[in-house]
Design a protein around this ligand. Structure first.
Ligand SMILES: NC(=O)c1ccc[n+]([C@@H]2O[C@H](COP(=O)([O-])OP(=O)(O)OC[C@H]3O[C@@H](n4cnc5c(N)ncnc54)[C@H](O)[C@@H]3O)[C@@H](O)[C@H]2O)c1
Length: 262
């Protein structure tokens, strides 16, 4: 049984029906936090699992790339819960895998609109509420792809570099209002959909950096990481809980890297 560090608090989790979002929502709920899930996917199963932890949980269907939807959604959350103590700003997509000279402009725009503009939209609306409350903690999901330029992932890499930049500016803008803003950067996480998709698409992209055979690509990717394995989704929530908690009360504008590489 974990300490109940977050009892009486509310955390908004975007991408809350996804792997990292749900695992983190469960961890924060285990530590007592009420949860507001935001996603474009069905959230019934996520909501059911969180409610088993005897906290209040609600779901809000909202496309984070649409500012009006986000604004209305955050108004609804504020009416339902009265205050917003924590935000896990985590919704995102991977996009296509292709070298820059053949990268689809439509996919580039789509990835930026969800991963970067979406992250801004949520941060913008939630921080307005937090400034009025004069407290709050925000964790943005960036990526190791936002620390070094990932091969064949121009849009994803640019969007995550942007999320780290957004984190650093927001940390400075919001510090006077007693709000901390930090980021996490997961590296290669697996097993699962994102890992398989990445391995398959890097193999299919047929560049000098990775083999055409998916088994060899998997070995090459793992060979880039100091720990020589991919990370498990369950290795992420503890870092988010640390950044949300008073244990990191002097940390703002930092980016916790979950394994090196990429
Ligand atoms: N899994 C990894 O290997 C990995 C590594 C580094 C960073 N990340 C980042 O972690 C975050 C979560 O990814 P995940 O691995 O849980 O993937 P996931 O696909 O399981 O979860 C992402 C969630 O975001 C939601 N989403 C997508 N577009 C949305 C939109 N427009 N509005 C609202 N919700 C939307 C999806 O429906 C999904 O539930 C993403 O930002 C991703 O870029 C993942």
């Amino acid at each position: 049984m974990k300490d109940k560090r977050f009892t009486g608090k509310l955390c908004i989790v975007t991408g809350g029906a996804g792997e990292i979002g749900l695992a983190t929502a469960l961890r924060l709920a285990e530590e007592g936090s009420d949860i507001a899930l935001i996603d474009v996917k069905d959230m019934k199963e996520a909501q059911r699992r969180i409610s088993e932890l005897h906290v209040t949980v609600r779901s809000y269907h909202c496309d984070v790339s649409d500012f009006r939807q986000v604004n209305g959604c955050i108004e609804a959350v504020t009416e339902d819960f009265h205050s917003i103590d924590m935000l896990f700003n985590n919704a995102g997509i991977q996009g296509e895998f292709s070298p820059i000279h053949t990268y689809s402009p439509d996919d580039f725009a789509k990835v930026i609109s969800i991963n970067l503009i979406g992250a801004f939209n949520v941060l913008r609306c939630v921080s307005e509420v937090m400034v009025a409350q004069h407290h709050g903690v925000i964790v943005n999901t960036a990526s190791m792809a936002g620390v070094g330029g990932p091969v064949n992932m121009a849009a994803y890499g640019a969007s995550k570099f942007g999320v780290i930049g957004l984190t650093q500016t927001a940390a400075k803008d919001l510090a006077p209002h007693n709000i901390r803003v930090n980021a996490i950067s997961p590296g290669y996480m697996g097993p699962g959909f994102m890992w398989d998709r990445q391995v398959d698409l890097q193999a299919a992209a047929n560049t000098q950096y990775y083999d055409g055979d998916r088994e060899k690509v998997a070995q090459q990717m793992i060979g880039e990481v100091p720990m020589r394995r991919y990370g498990a989704i369950d290795e992420i929530p503890g870092a988010v809980a640390f950044l949300m908690s008073e244990d990191s009360s002097y940390s703002t504008g930092i980016n916790i890297k979950l394994s090196g590489g990429i």
